[in-house]
Design a binder for this molecule. Structure first.
Ligand code: CTP
Ligand code: MG
Length: 234
């Protein structure tokens, strides 16, 4: 499986790259790798590190205990998440047929969610996303005409049909490699891998997500993550 961890974490504010920030004293990336290694079906974890942080991430993983059965590799990432995933996929051995992609920024995903994704791929789905119902009403807006001008709402999708998708996302390896080789997206690139598979015209299957699989993005998310860890220890 591939863990993209090469982002800077701009929205979290100044400091170390997001994946290396501590949650209750342990780097977020270590929590994320352990969350994946908790599944007996995960045998190899490819961590995609910031290009200038490969050695540091290797040391970090060498220093933190993982289950015996879990092998890990560290490769350098790229400028976008999409590029980082592509580089990570290239380091997965050819004989692996099921690949998961999991954000380092979702360190607390429960093992049952990981296993549910793997099971759905093994049952024949080519792409699987864990997803949660959306609680806010979501609006589509027209970009503001000038910086600072108010945005205008163009549509309100029916909330009951919307899902917020999480990771790990699971794939038939050949399908994901094909998507990363052929789907080109401008600017920031794809923010999730299943979206690229959709562009190939392949079906994407939904399994239930989990509230503890939330993404650490803004400072308040760090507070929530540490509270979840404290609750687990209690
Ligand atoms: N990621 C990556 N390579 C990049 C950008 C992002 O591997 N060039 C990874 C991040 O490390 C993270 C995941 O993709 O685990 C999800 O991205 P996001 O939450 O957006 O993290 P960042 O890009 O680090 O945060 P920000 O967008 O606030 O800078
Ligand atoms: Mg980002």
């Amino acid at each position: 499986m591939v863990i993209p961890a090469a982002g800077r974490g701009v929205r979290l504010g100044p400091g170390a790259p997001k994946a290396l920030r501590a949650l209750n004293g342990t780097p977020m990336l270590v929590h994320a790798v352990r969350a994946m290694a908790a599944s007996r079906a995960v045998s190899l974890v490819v961590v995609v590190a910031p290009a200038d942080g490969v050695a540091e991430v290797k040391h970090l993983l060498d220093d933190h205990a993982l289950p015996e059965r879990t092998d890990y590799r560290v490769v350098a990432g790229g400028d976008t998440r999409q590029e980082s995933v592509r580089l990570g996929l290239a380091a997965v051995p050819e004989d692996v047929t099921t690949v998961l992609v999991h954000d380092a920024a979702r360190p607390l995903v429960p093992v049952d969610t990981v296993d549910a994704v793997i099971e759905a791929v093994r049952d024949g789905a080519v792409a699987v996303v864990p997803a949660m119902p959306v609680t806010d009403t979501v609006k589509e807006v027209e970009p503001a005409e000038k910086p600072g001008a108010p945005e205008q709402v163009v549509a309100t999708p029916v909330r009951a049909r919307l899902r917020a998708v999480q990771t790990p996302q699971g794939f038939d390896r050949a399908t994901l490699v094909d998507a990363h080789a052929t789907v080109a997206l401008a600017g920031e690139g794809a923010t999730d891998d299943a979206g690229m598979v959709e562009r190939l015209g392949a079906p994407v299957t939904v399994v239930p997500g989990h509230e503890e699989a939330f993404k650490v993005t803004r400072p308040l998310d760090l507070v929530l993550a540490e509270a979840v860890l404290a609750r687990r220890r209690a």
